[in-house]
Design a protein around this ligand. Structure first.
Ligand code: ME8
Length: 638
C-alpha cells in the first residue's frame, strides 16, 4: 500500500535582515510536526524557504552597497546555517529567486491575464513599503499602516489588477463548507468579518517603482507584486508546471503554518489565486500567535530581536526547541524571555528528565554491576507507572492532532515525573539493604529503564539529539537494537531485554544559573555608573514624548539627522547624531523621548531645540519609545 502523504509549509521568510527567534518558532514547530508525521509513516514534504524580491530588499541591498542578488545570497546562507543549528529537517528549501520558481510565476501571471482575471489600469492609493501591502482608505489608521504602524505612502502608478472580487462568493462557499480551513477559529471570524463581509476590491499585482522582482512577461517595465510571487512558492516548490508527478503527489498542502499577521494573505489572496488556477485549496491554514518580547512583538522593525544562534550557543539546540514547543499554548501569544527558558530547562530537562536518567543508570551500575536486571517481582505500584507510560503515546497523538505541542510534551514529562515519584515510593536504596529484596529491586530498576526508553522515543519529534543520548546511556544506542527505539515500540511496556549494559554519560542537561539580561546588556553593564544625583537634580530635566513628523539627513554631516517633531501642538527642530543607526524614513511616525528643556544650540547652522534620548549597546543604538500605544506627543516622562 502506498504511504499517505503529508505536505506542510512555513512562510518563506524575507531576506531583508537576519532571522530571529520568532522565525525559529514557526520553523521548529513545523519541524516537530514533520518529524512526527514521518514517525507515523507518512510520506512527508516539509517546505521552507526565503522571500527575496521587493522594494525593501532592493533598498537594503543599496544601503549595504551590494547588488540585490549578492545581498540575498549572503542572508540565505546564514538562514540555512541557523536551520542547520536547530536541526530543521526540511525536505525542500525554495528561494523565490530560483529560476524554476520565477518561470512558473511568470506563466501563472500570463495565464491569469489571458483568461481575463488580470487587467491593466491605474493604482491610486496607500502603500506600506515595509509590509509590501496596499491599503484602502478605510483600513489606514491615521495615515499609518494598520499592520506595522508606519506611515503609508500615497502612490499613483500604472498597474495590473487581479480580480479578487470575482471569486469572493466561491471563497465564501469554501469557508462555509470547510469550517476547519482557517485555524484557530478566532482568525476565521476575523477574516470573514473584517475582510470578506465588507467586500473585496481587486488587488494591484504589479509595481513599476522598483526593479528587483519577477518581470511581468509581456510588459517588462512592471514587476510582479511580491505577495503573488511569494505565495506561489507553495506550488512551484513541489513541481507545479514542471514536475507533475511530484506536484500531484503532494498538492493540496495539508498545513500552511504562519504567524497571525499574514493569515489575511493566505486565506484570501492565496485561495483565490488557486481557484483562478483551477487548483484544489490547502486543507488548513493555521495562524499562530506571536512571541512577545517585553509585551511587544519580537520583530526586525522593532529592533527587539533575539538571535537563535546566541541561544543555541548558550543552551543547546534541544533545550531551545523544547522551550519553544513547550512554553506557549499554540495559537496564543506568549512572552519570550531568557529567564523563562532557563527555568524551563532547569525544571523539566535538568531536574526531571536528566535526574531520572542519571539516578536510574547510577543505581543499575551500583546494584547490578551495570547490567539491566530482569523484572520478575511485580507489585501493584508498578501497574500505575506501566499504564501511564504505555498510554502516553495515545495522549501525545491526540495533542499533536490538535497542534497542541505543549500538551504533547506535558504527556511525556508527566510520565517522567511519575517515574521520579516511583523512585521515592519504592526507595530502591532501602531494598538494596536486604539480599532477599534483590529481585524486587531488579524489577524496580527495570521499570525505570523501560520508562526512560518509552519517553525517549516520544521525544523524537521534538528533540533530535536527546533520545540518542538516553539510548547510549541505557545501552541501546547501537543499530543492533534499532527496533527497540522504533515509534510503535513506545506503546508496549516490557520490550527492553534485560542484560543490556548501561553506561553512565555526561549529565543530559546541566543546570544553568540564571544571569539576568546577559544577552541584552553585556556591554552596558561594563560601563561604570555616573555619580549619584538627588531627586531635585533629576527634576530639572523635562523629558517629553514627541512624534517625529519629518526626518532628513544633514548635508555634509554623516552622523546627523534633522528631525521635525510635534511636542503637543508645538513644532520643533532637533538635530540628532543617529544617522548611522536610523534611516530618516524609519523614524517618521515614531514616538520618541527627548530632553525638552535643553537650551537650544546651533548645530551645523541648524537651531536644535532639544535632545533625542537613545540607548546604545555595542554597535547597536535605539531611540527610546513608549512601549504602550496611546501615549500622545507632549506626554511627560517621569
Ligand atoms: O511575512 N512570533 O516574512 P517574514 C512568532 N515573506 N512568529 C514570528 C515572529 C514572532 N515574533 N516574527 C516572525 C513574511 N515570525 C513573508 C511571508 S509567505 C508566502 C510570505 C514568523 O520574514 C511567523 O511565522 O516577515 C511570521 O508569519 C513570519 O515569521 C513572518 O516572516
Amino acid at each position: 500500500m502506498s504511504k499517505m502523504k503529508y505536505y506542510l509549509t512555513t512562510p518563506v521568510y524575507y531576506t531583508n535582515a537576519n532571522i530571529h527567534v520568532g522565525h525559529a518558532y514557526t520553523t521548529v514547530i513545523a519541524d516537530a510536526i514533520a518529524r512526527y508525521k514521518r514517525l507515523q509513516g507518512f510520506d512527508v514534504c516539509f517546505l521552507t524557504g526565503t522571500d527575496e524580491h521587493g522594494q525593501k530588499v532592493e533598498r537594503k541591498a543599496v544601503a549595504a552597497g551590494l547588488s540585490p542578488k549578492v545581498y540575498v545570497d549572503g542572508l540565505v546562507e546564514d538562514i540555512k546555517k541557523i536551520w542547520g543549528l536547530l536541526d530543521v529537517s526540511y525536505d525542500v528549501f525554495i528561494r523565490t529567486t530560483d529560476e524554476h520558481h520565477k518561470e512558473q510565476v511568470q506563466r501563472i501571471f500570463q495565464r491569469l491575464y489571458e483568461q481575463g482575471d488580470i487587467y491593466k489600469s491605474e493604482y491610486q492609493g496607500n502603500y506600506c513599503v515595509d509590509c509590501e501591502s496596499f491599503w484602502t482608505e478605510r483600513q489606514v489608521v491615521d495615515c499609518k499602516c494598520p499592520d506595522c504602524g508606519r506611515a503609508v505612502q500615497w502612490v499613483t502608478e500604472e498597474s495590473y489588477f487581479f480580480k479578487l472580487a470575482k471569486y469572493q462568493e466561491r471563497l465564501q462557499q469554501h469557508l462555509d463548507n470547510n469550517p476547519e480551513f482557517i485555524q484557530p477559529l478566532s482568525r476565521r471570524n476575523e477574516m470573514i468579518n473584517n475582510f470578506l463581509k465588507p467586500g473585496l476590491s481587486d488587488l494591484c499585482v504589479s509595481r513599476t517603482t522598483h526593479k528587483w522582482g519577477i518581470p511581468v512577461p509581456f510588459d517588462e517595465k512592471h514587476v510582479i507584486y511580491v505577495w503573488l510571487d511569494a505565495l506561489s512558492n507553495y506550488i512551484t516548490a513541489i513541481g507545479y508546471g514542471s514536475n507533475l508527478k511530484d506536484f500531484e503527489r503532494f498538492w493540496p498542502a495539508d498545513l500552511h503554518l504562519m504567524g497571525k499577521e499574514i493569515v489575511r494573505f493566505h486565506t484570501i489572496i492565496w485561495p483565490i489565486l488557486l481557484l483562478a488556477l483551477d487548483l484544489p485549496l490547502p486543507k488548513m491554514v493555521y495562524g499562530h500567535g506571536w512571541l512577545l518580547f517585553g509585551n511587544d512583538k519580537m520583530s526586525k522593525s522593532k529592533g527587539n530581536v533575539v538571535a537563535p544562534r546566541d541561544l543555541v550557543d548558550k543552551y543547546g539546540t534541544d533545550a531551545l526547541r523544547y522551550y519553544l514547543l513547550r512554553e506557549i499554548p499554540f495559537g496564543s501569544d506568549g512572552n519570550f524571555t531568557e529567564e523563562l527558558l532557563v527555568n524551563r530547562l532547569n525544571a523539566d530537562l535538568a531536574n526531571d528528565l536528566g535526574n531520572l536518567l542519571s539516578r536510574t543508570v547510577a543505581m543499575i551500575e551500583k546494584y547490578f554491576g551495570g547490567e539491566i536486571p530482569v523484572d520478575v517481582i511485580h507489585q501493584p505500584i508498578d501497574a500505575e507507572l506501566r499504564a501511564q507510560a504505555q498510554a502516553a503515546l495515545g495522549v501525545l497523538e491526540i495533542e499533536m492532532d490538535r497542534l497542541q505541542f505543549n500538551g504533547a510534551l506535558t504527556a511525556v514529562m508527566d510520565v517522567v515525573r511519575r517515574a521520579n515519584k516511583y523512585i521515592d515510593e519504592t526507595a530502591p536504596w532501602v531494598l538494596a539493604r536486604e539480599e532477599a529484596q534483590k529481585a524486587r529491586l531488579g524489577t524496580v530498576l527495570y521499570n525505570l529503564a523501560e520508562t526512560l526508553r518509552i519517553c525517549s522515543i516520544l521525544l523524537l519529534p521534538f528533540m533530535p539529539h536527546t533520545p540518542q543520548r538516553i539510548w547510549d546511556q541505557l545501552g541501546i544506542g547501537s543499530v543492533e537494537y534499532a527496533e527497540l527505539t522504533a515509534w510503535a515500540q513506545a506503546k508496549t511496556f516490557g520490550v527492553l531485554p534485560p542484560g543490556l549494559r548501561v553506561k553512565k554519560g555526561e549529565a543530559l542537561f546541566p543546570r544553568v544559573e540564571w544571569e539576568p539580561a546577559k544577552l541584552e546588556t553585556e556591554s552596558v553593564l561594563e560601563m561604570p555608573l555616573a555619580p549619584e544625583i538627588d531627586i531635585s537634580e533629576f527634576g530639572k530635566l523635562d523629558l517629553r514624548v514627541v512624534e517625529v513628523l519629518e526626518a532628513e539627513k544633514v548635508l555634509k554631516a554623516d552622523k546627523l539627522l534633522k528631525l521635525t517633531v510635534a511636542l503637543g501642538s508645538e513644532r520643533r527642530t532637533i538635530v540628532a547624531g543617529i544617522a548611522a543607526h536610523y534611516k530618516p524614513e524609519e523614524l517618521v511616525g515614531k514616538f520618541i523621548v527627548v530632553v525638552a528643556n535643553l537650551k537650544s544650540a546651533k548645530i551645523r547652522g541648524i537651531e536644535s531645540q532639544g535632545m533625542v534620548l537613545a540607548a546604545s549597546s555595542g554597535e547597536l543604538m535605539s531611540v527610546i519609545s513608549p512601549v504602550r500605544e496611546g501615549i500622545t506627543s507632549g506626554s511627560k516622562v517621569k
